[in-house]
Design a protein around this ligand. Structure first.
Ligand code: GAL
Length: 408
């Protein structure tokens, strides 16, 4: 009897064990199924989100060339659209090598055009203060519109009182550049423009062969490279005159933009805006942007009505270095500039007054943009202590400026 009870109890235990084992198995299967379902659901959501993000992007790296119009003397002008597949789109025309529009996303991913300009070629042909243009042969001013090189004096074409500004009335901003290359590679969408400035053009000596490369890269950079060679000793100082408003072109003034400039010194000027030759400290003046500061914070203290100053960049000329950074708090857009140039002209568009109507008929108001023109110092051909702008036959002029776009 005892033996029988013992056997029965053992059988119950075995049964119990089997039942709980099969329950455990069922539990494990259930957990497995639930986990798999969760993983599948989460990953499909991610895919949907990625797709939504991808759909917002304008596509892959691409380059497209179209006709844009004709100059008054009948020359054809083309416009090239570069896209980097990450939200940057630049439209650059062959007249003046002008950046007609530049789209960058704000912090929510919404693209916006952040350079001042016009919808069509006519707008540019009617006259404007160098919107988005390539500037040359000599950016900014040469005092008295003359300089002496190797004992010979060269008289240049005055276009601002006694001085010459931005290469003269027929500067590089008003000529039609030739497309040498317009190509989309895997890492960049690139446009190469060439122009040969004739010996004696605007008074400058030497046939100057120029090549300007604009590229949008996969890591959200706008690269600008300037190259030139000459057949006679001459002076060269090329730059780009884009008017940036990171909140959107025509959206008002840029006084709330936060600016940093990597410069402890600037070049003071006389009444005609020609440098005196000195280098002065920015410390304890409204010109100090060594730490981020809104443009509007001290602008009223500037006697010429706003910023129009050449900053002496810290670091070595010829080496790519941090030059400036701009942050616009409402859109979250950030633009950082690096350059091989020794200087940068910070121009707060003092000359605009609302009378010029640009894209979509929007009025371009005073302080409606900021220009950050990387360059050699103004009037260097007459200032032996400034870094030289002389280019001789056999030498190559080569400078690079890179703008990096992001949001925060
Ligand atoms: C800037 C220059 C200003 C003004 C402007 C064009 O580069 O520093 O003085 O001439 O171009 O309106």
């Amino acid at each position: 009897m005892l033996m029988g009870l013992y056997i029965q109890a053992r059988e119950y235990r075995i049964m119990d064990y089997r039942i709980s084992r099969s329950l455990r198995m069922k539990k494990r299967i259930l957990v497995g199924v639930v986990l798999t379902a969760v993983v599948v659901y989460v990953s499909s959501c991610c895919e949907m989100k990625c797709c939504a993000k991808k759909c917002k992007e304008p596509g892959k790296m691409s380059v497209k060339t179209e006709q844009f119009g004709k100059t008054a003397d009948g020359q054809q002008v083309d416009i090239v659209t570069l896209t980097n597949g990450k939200g940057l789109t630049a439209r650059i025309m062959t007249y003046g090598g002008i950046i007609v529009s530049f789209e960058a996303p704000d912090r929510s991913g919404k693209p916006g055009d952040i350079v001042l300009g016009f919808d069509n070629l006519d707008g540019y042909l009617k006259g404007n203060p160098y919107f988005g243009a390539i500037i040359g042969r000599y950016g900014n001013r040469i005092g008295g519109a003359k300089f002496t090189l190797d004992g010979k004096e060269y008289k240049l074409a005055k276009n601002e009182g006694e001085n010459i500004l931005h290469g003269g009335a027929g500067g590089f901003d008003k000529v039609v550049w030739k497309i040498e290359k317009a190509e989309a590679k895997s890492s960049k969408a690139e446009l190469k423009l060439s122009y040969t400035s004739k010996d004696g053009e605007e008074g400058f000596p030497g046939n100057l062969k120029c090549l300007v490369t604009y590229a949008l890269t996969s890591d959200n950079k706008l690269e600008m490279k300037y190259e030139a060679t000459t057949d006679k000793p001459t002076v060269v100082n090329m730059t780009n005159h884009a008017y940036w408003n990171l909140a959107g072109a025509g959206s008002g003034d840029v006084l709330g933009h936060e600016l940093t400039i990597n410069a402890d010194k600037y070049t003071p000027v006389d009444k005609g805006l020609i440098p005196t030759g000195e280098l002065k400290d920015v410390k304890d003046t409204p010109l100090d942007f060594t730490k981020p500061m809104t443009i509007g914070a001290r602008i009223k203290q500037i006697d010429i009505g706003g910023y129009d100053h050449n900053y002496v960049l810290n670091g070595k000329a010829g080496k790519l270095k941090f030059a400036a950074k701009v942050y616009e708090p409402t859109s979250g857009r950030v633009m950082e500039i690096q350059t091989t140039e020794p200087g940068i002209q910070f121009y707060s568009s003092i000359g605009l007054n609302g009378s010029l109507k640009g894209k979509d008929g929007k009025a371009y108001v005073k302080y409606g943009a900021l220009c950050l023109e990387t360059q050699h110092y103004p009037d260097s051909p007459n200032k032996p202590t400034f870094p030289s702008t002389v280019l001789r036959p056999g030498e190559k002029y080569e400078t690079t400026t890179i703008h990096t776009f992001s949001t925060k």
